[in-house]
Design a protein around this ligand. Structure first.
Ligand code: SAM
Ligand code: DTB
Ligand code: SF4
Length: 345
Protein backbone atom coordinates (compact mmCIF):
# COMPACT_ATOMS: atom_id res chain seq x y z
CA UNK A 1 0.00 0.00 0.00
CA UNK A 2 1.36 3.44 -0.85
CA UNK A 3 0.75 6.46 1.34
CA UNK A 4 0.60 9.99 -0.02
CA UNK A 5 3.71 12.01 0.86
CA UNK A 6 3.13 14.68 3.51
CA UNK A 7 2.89 18.09 1.87
CA UNK A 8 6.10 20.03 2.32
CA UNK A 9 6.59 23.32 4.12
CA UNK A 10 8.51 26.15 2.46
CA UNK A 11 10.90 28.46 4.27
CA UNK A 12 12.49 30.30 1.32
CA UNK A 13 9.85 32.96 0.72
CA UNK A 14 10.80 36.04 -1.29
CA UNK A 15 8.77 39.25 -1.33
CA UNK A 16 7.66 38.71 -4.97
CA UNK A 17 6.47 35.21 -4.02
CA UNK A 18 4.44 36.60 -1.11
CA UNK A 19 3.08 39.40 -3.29
CA UNK A 20 2.00 36.91 -5.96
CA UNK A 21 -0.18 35.08 -3.42
CA UNK A 22 -1.53 38.14 -1.58
CA UNK A 23 -2.63 39.86 -4.78
CA UNK A 24 -4.38 36.89 -6.40
CA UNK A 25 -8.02 37.51 -7.31
CA UNK A 26 -9.73 37.07 -3.93
CA UNK A 27 -11.68 33.96 -4.94
CA UNK A 28 -8.52 32.26 -6.24
CA UNK A 29 -6.69 33.21 -3.04
CA UNK A 30 -9.49 31.81 -0.87
CA UNK A 31 -9.54 28.56 -2.84
CA UNK A 32 -5.78 28.11 -2.42
CA UNK A 33 -5.98 28.86 1.26
CA UNK A 34 -8.89 26.48 1.78
CA UNK A 35 -7.25 23.60 -0.14
CA UNK A 36 -4.04 24.02 1.88
CA UNK A 37 -6.01 24.30 5.10
CA UNK A 38 -7.73 20.97 4.51
CA UNK A 39 -4.44 19.15 3.95
CA UNK A 40 -3.35 19.97 7.50
CA UNK A 41 -6.39 20.73 9.63
CA UNK A 42 -9.88 19.58 10.35
CA UNK A 43 -12.18 21.89 8.43
CA UNK A 44 -14.88 23.60 10.49
CA UNK A 45 -12.94 23.19 13.71
CA UNK A 46 -11.60 26.24 15.53
CA UNK A 47 -9.28 26.42 18.52
CA UNK A 48 -10.76 28.53 21.34
CA UNK A 49 -8.26 30.53 23.39
CA UNK A 50 -9.02 32.77 26.35
CA UNK A 51 -6.79 35.70 27.28
CA UNK A 52 -6.19 37.06 30.74
CA UNK A 53 -4.00 39.98 31.65
CA UNK A 54 -2.24 38.87 34.82
CA UNK A 55 -0.38 42.19 35.14
CA UNK A 56 -2.05 45.27 33.66
CA UNK A 57 -0.62 48.65 32.63
CA UNK A 58 2.41 50.79 33.33
CA UNK A 59 4.60 49.21 30.64
CA UNK A 60 7.84 51.12 29.90
CA UNK A 61 7.73 50.26 26.16
CA UNK A 62 6.26 52.73 23.67
CA UNK A 63 4.38 50.40 21.27
CA UNK A 64 2.16 52.92 19.47
CA UNK A 65 -0.88 50.63 19.40
CA UNK A 66 -0.83 49.62 23.04
CA UNK A 67 -3.23 50.88 25.71
CA UNK A 68 -0.91 49.53 28.43
CA UNK A 69 2.12 51.65 27.58
CA UNK A 70 3.04 54.12 30.34
CA UNK A 71 3.92 56.60 27.56
CA UNK A 72 0.26 57.24 26.71
CA UNK A 73 -2.73 58.42 28.69
CA UNK A 74 -5.32 55.78 27.79
CA UNK A 75 -7.13 55.38 31.09
CA UNK A 76 -5.57 51.94 31.64
CA UNK A 77 -3.91 52.20 35.03
CA UNK A 78 -1.05 50.21 36.49
CA UNK A 79 -2.46 47.33 38.54
CA UNK A 80 -0.93 44.75 40.87
CA UNK A 81 -0.34 41.25 39.60
CA UNK A 82 -3.29 38.86 39.94
CA UNK A 83 -3.08 36.03 42.46
CA UNK A 84 -2.51 32.47 41.28
CA UNK A 85 -5.96 31.52 42.62
CA UNK A 86 -7.69 34.29 40.67
CA UNK A 87 -5.93 33.20 37.48
CA UNK A 88 -6.79 29.54 37.96
CA UNK A 89 -10.44 30.44 38.63
CA UNK A 90 -10.49 32.27 35.31
CA UNK A 91 -8.78 29.33 33.58
CA UNK A 92 -11.43 26.95 34.99
CA UNK A 93 -14.18 29.21 33.61
CA UNK A 94 -12.41 29.34 30.23
CA UNK A 95 -12.34 25.54 30.14
CA UNK A 96 -16.04 25.32 30.94
CA UNK A 97 -16.73 27.74 28.05
CA UNK A 98 -14.93 25.32 25.71
CA UNK A 99 -11.47 26.90 25.44
CA UNK A 100 -8.49 24.57 25.07
CA UNK A 101 -5.79 27.24 25.42
CA UNK A 102 -5.39 29.81 28.19
CA UNK A 103 -3.11 32.76 27.45
CA UNK A 104 -1.64 34.93 30.19
CA UNK A 105 -0.32 38.41 29.38
CA UNK A 106 1.79 40.80 31.41
CA UNK A 107 2.59 44.41 30.51
CA UNK A 108 6.32 44.00 30.98
CA UNK A 109 9.25 45.01 28.79
CA UNK A 110 10.87 41.81 30.05
CA UNK A 111 9.87 39.15 32.53
CA UNK A 112 11.34 39.94 35.99
CA UNK A 113 14.64 38.06 36.29
CA UNK A 114 13.78 36.02 39.37
CA UNK A 115 11.84 36.46 42.59
CA UNK A 116 8.20 36.21 43.58
CA UNK A 117 6.58 37.66 40.43
CA UNK A 118 8.28 35.17 38.10
CA UNK A 119 7.68 32.29 40.55
CA UNK A 120 4.00 33.29 40.57
CA UNK A 121 3.88 33.06 36.77
CA UNK A 122 5.44 29.58 36.94
CA UNK A 123 2.77 28.52 39.45
CA UNK A 124 0.07 29.88 37.11
CA UNK A 125 1.51 27.87 34.21
CA UNK A 126 1.62 24.67 36.28
CA UNK A 127 -1.95 25.24 37.47
CA UNK A 128 -3.31 25.91 33.96
CA UNK A 129 -1.63 22.75 32.65
CA UNK A 130 -3.05 20.75 35.57
CA UNK A 131 -6.53 21.81 34.37
CA UNK A 132 -5.78 20.07 31.06
CA UNK A 133 -5.47 23.33 29.13
CA UNK A 134 -2.65 24.47 26.90
CA UNK A 135 -0.83 27.34 28.59
CA UNK A 136 0.54 30.35 26.70
CA UNK A 137 2.33 33.37 28.15
CA UNK A 138 3.30 36.75 26.77
CA UNK A 139 5.62 38.49 29.22
CA UNK A 140 7.94 40.51 26.99
CA UNK A 141 11.59 39.59 26.52
CA UNK A 142 12.97 36.42 28.14
CA UNK A 143 16.42 35.20 29.14
CA UNK A 144 17.52 31.63 28.42
CA UNK A 145 17.05 30.74 32.08
CA UNK A 146 13.50 32.06 32.14
CA UNK A 147 12.62 30.22 28.93
CA UNK A 148 13.94 26.98 30.46
CA UNK A 149 12.00 27.56 33.69
CA UNK A 150 8.79 28.19 31.74
CA UNK A 151 9.39 25.04 29.69
CA UNK A 152 9.96 23.04 32.90
CA UNK A 153 6.68 24.39 34.28
CA UNK A 154 4.96 22.91 31.22
CA UNK A 155 4.37 26.06 29.15
CA UNK A 156 2.91 25.07 25.77
CA UNK A 157 3.48 28.29 23.84
CA UNK A 158 5.06 31.72 24.18
CA UNK A 159 3.56 34.70 22.36
CA UNK A 160 5.97 37.34 21.15
CA UNK A 161 4.93 39.19 18.01
CA UNK A 162 7.11 40.75 15.34
CA UNK A 163 4.10 43.04 14.80
CA UNK A 164 5.14 44.39 11.37
CA UNK A 165 7.91 44.43 8.76
CA UNK A 166 11.39 45.54 9.84
CA UNK A 167 11.04 48.60 7.53
CA UNK A 168 7.92 49.90 9.33
CA UNK A 169 8.79 48.75 12.84
CA UNK A 170 10.61 51.98 13.82
CA UNK A 171 7.40 53.98 13.22
CA UNK A 172 5.63 51.90 15.87
CA UNK A 173 8.18 51.00 18.56
CA UNK A 174 11.41 52.75 19.48
CA UNK A 175 12.20 51.16 22.86
CA UNK A 176 12.90 47.61 21.69
CA UNK A 177 14.60 46.48 18.49
CA UNK A 178 13.42 43.96 15.93
CA UNK A 179 16.63 42.03 16.64
CA UNK A 180 15.70 41.78 20.34
CA UNK A 181 12.35 40.31 19.36
CA UNK A 182 14.02 37.72 17.13
CA UNK A 183 16.45 36.87 19.95
CA UNK A 184 13.58 36.21 22.38
CA UNK A 185 11.88 34.03 19.80
CA UNK A 186 15.10 32.03 19.37
CA UNK A 187 15.29 31.46 23.15
CA UNK A 188 11.70 30.24 23.23
CA UNK A 189 12.40 27.84 20.36
CA UNK A 190 15.63 26.58 21.93
CA UNK A 191 13.82 25.86 25.21
CA UNK A 192 11.36 23.63 23.36
CA UNK A 193 8.31 25.87 23.84
CA UNK A 194 6.14 26.32 20.76
CA UNK A 195 6.24 29.77 19.18
CA UNK A 196 3.21 32.04 18.84
CA UNK A 197 4.24 34.96 16.65
CA UNK A 198 2.31 37.28 14.38
CA UNK A 199 1.46 40.91 13.93
CA UNK A 200 -1.03 43.69 13.38
CA UNK A 201 -2.55 45.27 10.30
CA UNK A 202 -4.16 48.69 10.07
CA UNK A 203 -1.34 50.75 11.62
CA UNK A 204 -0.59 52.68 8.41
CA UNK A 205 1.78 50.09 6.95
CA UNK A 206 1.87 49.55 3.19
CA UNK A 207 0.90 46.30 1.53
CA UNK A 208 4.62 45.69 0.88
CA UNK A 209 5.21 45.99 4.62
CA UNK A 210 2.52 43.38 5.27
CA UNK A 211 4.31 41.08 2.84
CA UNK A 212 7.53 41.83 4.74
CA UNK A 213 5.96 40.69 8.02
CA UNK A 214 4.68 37.49 6.39
CA UNK A 215 8.13 36.86 4.91
CA UNK A 216 9.74 37.28 8.35
CA UNK A 217 7.30 34.79 9.86
CA UNK A 218 7.37 32.15 7.14
CA UNK A 219 11.14 32.11 6.63
CA UNK A 220 11.52 30.95 10.23
CA UNK A 221 12.34 27.26 10.36
CA UNK A 222 10.25 25.78 11.86
CA UNK A 223 7.34 28.13 11.21
CA UNK A 224 5.69 29.58 14.32
CA UNK A 225 3.14 26.98 15.42
CA UNK A 226 0.66 29.81 16.05
CA UNK A 227 0.29 32.99 13.99
CA UNK A 228 -1.97 35.65 15.50
CA UNK A 229 -3.17 38.22 12.99
CA UNK A 230 -4.49 41.28 14.82
CA UNK A 231 -6.58 44.04 13.31
CA UNK A 232 -5.64 47.28 15.05
CA UNK A 233 -7.98 48.24 17.88
CA UNK A 234 -7.48 52.02 17.77
CA UNK A 235 -7.43 53.04 21.43
CA UNK A 236 -7.95 56.67 22.55
CA UNK A 237 -4.78 58.19 23.92
CA UNK A 238 -2.42 56.06 21.80
CA UNK A 239 -0.62 57.59 18.79
CA UNK A 240 -2.73 55.33 16.53
CA UNK A 241 -6.07 56.46 18.00
CA UNK A 242 -7.09 58.23 14.79
CA UNK A 243 -6.12 55.56 12.29
CA UNK A 244 -9.02 55.00 9.90
CA UNK A 245 -10.53 51.49 10.05
CA UNK A 246 -8.74 48.99 7.80
CA UNK A 247 -10.62 47.32 4.94
CA UNK A 248 -11.70 43.91 6.33
CA UNK A 249 -10.84 42.31 2.97
CA UNK A 250 -7.18 43.22 3.61
CA UNK A 251 -7.42 41.19 6.83
CA UNK A 252 -8.92 38.33 4.83
CA UNK A 253 -6.02 38.52 2.35
CA UNK A 254 -3.49 38.62 5.18
CA UNK A 255 -4.99 35.53 6.83
CA UNK A 256 -5.29 33.63 3.55
CA UNK A 257 -1.69 34.41 2.59
CA UNK A 258 -0.47 33.33 6.04
CA UNK A 259 -2.45 30.10 5.62
CA UNK A 260 -0.91 29.38 2.20
CA UNK A 261 2.63 30.15 3.41
CA UNK A 262 2.39 28.35 6.79
CA UNK A 263 -0.19 25.64 6.16
CA UNK A 264 0.55 23.56 9.27
CA UNK A 265 0.26 26.44 11.72
CA UNK A 266 -2.72 27.71 13.63
CA UNK A 267 -3.67 31.09 12.15
CA UNK A 268 -5.49 33.10 14.79
CA UNK A 269 -8.09 35.73 13.98
CA UNK A 270 -7.07 37.85 16.97
CA UNK A 271 -7.77 41.43 18.08
CA UNK A 272 -10.34 43.43 16.12
CA UNK A 273 -13.23 40.95 15.78
CA UNK A 274 -15.70 43.43 17.31
CA UNK A 275 -15.20 45.66 14.28
CA UNK A 276 -16.03 42.81 11.87
CA UNK A 277 -19.44 41.69 10.66
CA UNK A 278 -20.41 38.01 10.87
CA UNK A 279 -19.84 37.87 7.10
CA UNK A 280 -16.32 39.31 7.34
CA UNK A 281 -15.46 36.81 10.07
CA UNK A 282 -16.88 34.02 7.90
CA UNK A 283 -14.47 35.08 5.13
CA UNK A 284 -11.59 35.00 7.66
CA UNK A 285 -12.49 31.38 8.52
CA UNK A 286 -12.81 30.57 4.82
CA UNK A 287 -9.33 32.08 4.42
CA UNK A 288 -8.00 29.52 6.90
CA UNK A 289 -8.24 31.15 10.32
CA UNK A 290 -8.64 28.26 12.76
CA UNK A 291 -8.21 29.90 16.13
CA UNK A 292 -9.85 32.81 17.95
CA UNK A 293 -9.79 34.56 21.29
CA UNK A 294 -13.06 33.87 23.08
CA UNK A 295 -14.49 35.77 26.02
CA UNK A 296 -15.75 39.33 26.43
CA UNK A 297 -12.30 40.84 26.97
CA UNK A 298 -8.93 40.60 25.21
CA UNK A 299 -6.24 42.08 27.48
CA UNK A 300 -7.82 45.49 28.13
CA UNK A 301 -10.22 45.99 25.20
CA UNK A 302 -13.59 44.34 24.51
CA UNK A 303 -14.13 41.22 22.42
CA UNK A 304 -17.44 39.69 21.23
CA UNK A 305 -19.69 38.33 24.00
CA UNK A 306 -19.75 34.51 24.33
CA UNK A 307 -23.42 34.45 23.20
CA UNK A 308 -22.53 36.34 20.03
CA UNK A 309 -19.77 33.83 19.26
CA UNK A 310 -22.03 30.85 19.94
CA UNK A 311 -24.53 32.33 17.50
CA UNK A 312 -21.80 32.94 14.91
CA UNK A 313 -20.50 29.36 15.24
CA UNK A 314 -24.06 28.00 14.90
CA UNK A 315 -24.73 30.06 11.80
CA UNK A 316 -21.45 28.98 10.20
CA UNK A 317 -21.60 25.33 11.33
CA UNK A 318 -18.26 25.74 13.11
CA UNK A 319 -17.36 23.88 16.25
CA UNK A 320 -14.72 24.43 18.90
CA UNK A 321 -11.79 22.06 18.90
CA UNK A 322 -12.15 19.84 21.94
CA UNK A 323 -8.62 18.48 22.21
CA UNK A 324 -5.42 20.26 23.08
CA UNK A 325 -3.26 20.76 19.97
CA UNK A 326 -1.42 17.56 19.12
CA UNK A 327 1.74 19.31 17.90
CA UNK A 328 3.13 19.48 14.41
CA UNK A 329 1.95 16.13 13.07
CA UNK A 330 -0.31 16.07 10.09
CA UNK A 331 -3.90 16.05 11.30
CA UNK A 332 -6.07 13.04 10.56
CA UNK A 333 -9.06 14.62 8.90
CA UNK A 334 -11.52 14.04 6.12
CA UNK A 335 -10.03 14.16 2.62
CA UNK A 336 -9.89 17.57 0.92
CA UNK A 337 -13.28 19.12 0.21
CA UNK A 338 -15.24 16.01 1.30
CA UNK A 339 -17.91 16.71 3.90
CA UNK A 340 -17.94 14.13 6.70
CA UNK A 341 -20.91 11.81 7.24
CA UNK A 342 -22.67 14.17 9.66
CA UNK A 343 -22.69 16.82 6.95
CA UNK A 344 -20.74 19.28 9.14
CA UNK A 345 -17.32 17.97 8.02
N1 SAM B 1 4.49 42.91 26.88
C1 SAM B 1 4.05 41.81 26.11
C2 SAM B 1 4.65 41.89 24.73
O1 SAM B 1 4.70 42.95 24.11
O2 SAM B 1 5.11 40.86 24.21
C3 SAM B 1 2.55 41.85 26.19
C4 SAM B 1 1.72 41.31 25.14
S1 SAM B 1 1.28 42.43 23.89
C5 SAM B 1 -0.09 43.28 24.45
C6 SAM B 1 0.82 41.26 22.68
C7 SAM B 1 0.46 41.75 21.31
O3 SAM B 1 -0.86 42.22 21.31
C8 SAM B 1 1.26 42.88 20.71
O4 SAM B 1 2.49 42.45 20.22
C9 SAM B 1 0.34 43.31 19.59
O5 SAM B 1 0.59 42.55 18.41
C10 SAM B 1 -1.05 42.97 20.14
N2 SAM B 1 -1.78 44.21 20.47
C11 SAM B 1 -1.59 45.00 21.54
N3 SAM B 1 -2.41 46.06 21.49
C12 SAM B 1 -3.15 45.95 20.35
C13 SAM B 1 -4.15 46.74 19.74
N4 SAM B 1 -4.55 47.90 20.26
N5 SAM B 1 -4.69 46.31 18.57
C14 SAM B 1 -4.27 45.15 18.02
N6 SAM B 1 -3.31 44.37 18.55
C15 SAM B 1 -2.76 44.75 19.70
C1 DTB C 1 -1.91 38.73 20.20
O1 DTB C 1 -1.29 38.69 19.11
N1 DTB C 1 -3.03 39.41 20.40
C2 DTB C 1 -3.45 39.30 21.78
C3 DTB C 1 -2.42 38.30 22.36
N2 DTB C 1 -1.52 38.10 21.29
C4 DTB C 1 -1.73 38.59 23.63
C5 DTB C 1 -3.55 40.61 22.47
C6 DTB C 1 -4.48 41.59 21.80
C7 DTB C 1 -4.54 42.82 22.63
C8 DTB C 1 -5.49 43.84 22.12
C9 DTB C 1 -5.49 45.09 22.93
C10 DTB C 1 -5.91 44.93 24.36
O2 DTB C 1 -6.93 44.27 24.65
O3 DTB C 1 -5.25 45.51 25.24
FE1 SF4 D 1 4.31 46.88 26.77
FE2 SF4 D 1 3.65 44.69 25.37
FE3 SF4 D 1 2.09 46.90 25.35
FE4 SF4 D 1 4.44 46.98 24.10
S1 SF4 D 1 2.68 45.63 23.58
S2 SF4 D 1 3.62 48.57 25.48
S3 SF4 D 1 5.66 45.69 25.44
S4 SF4 D 1 2.49 45.59 27.08
Amino acid sequence: MTTAPAPSLRHDWTIPAVEAIYTLPLIDLLLRAQLGHREWHRPNEVQGCVLLNVKTGGCPEDCAYCPQSAHYDTGVGREAMLSVDAVLDAAGRARSEGATRFCMGAAWREAPESGPAFEQVLAMVRGVRALGLEACCTLGMLTDRQADALADAGLTAYNHNLDTAPEFYGHIITTRTYRERLDTLARVRRAGITVCCGGIIGMGESRAERWGLLQQLATQNPHPESVPINLLVAVDGTPLADRPPEDPLELVRMIATARVMMPASYVRLSAGRLALSAEAQALCFLAGANSIFMGEKLLTTPNPEPDQDRDLFDRLGLRLQTHAAPGRERQPGPPPLQPAADGRA
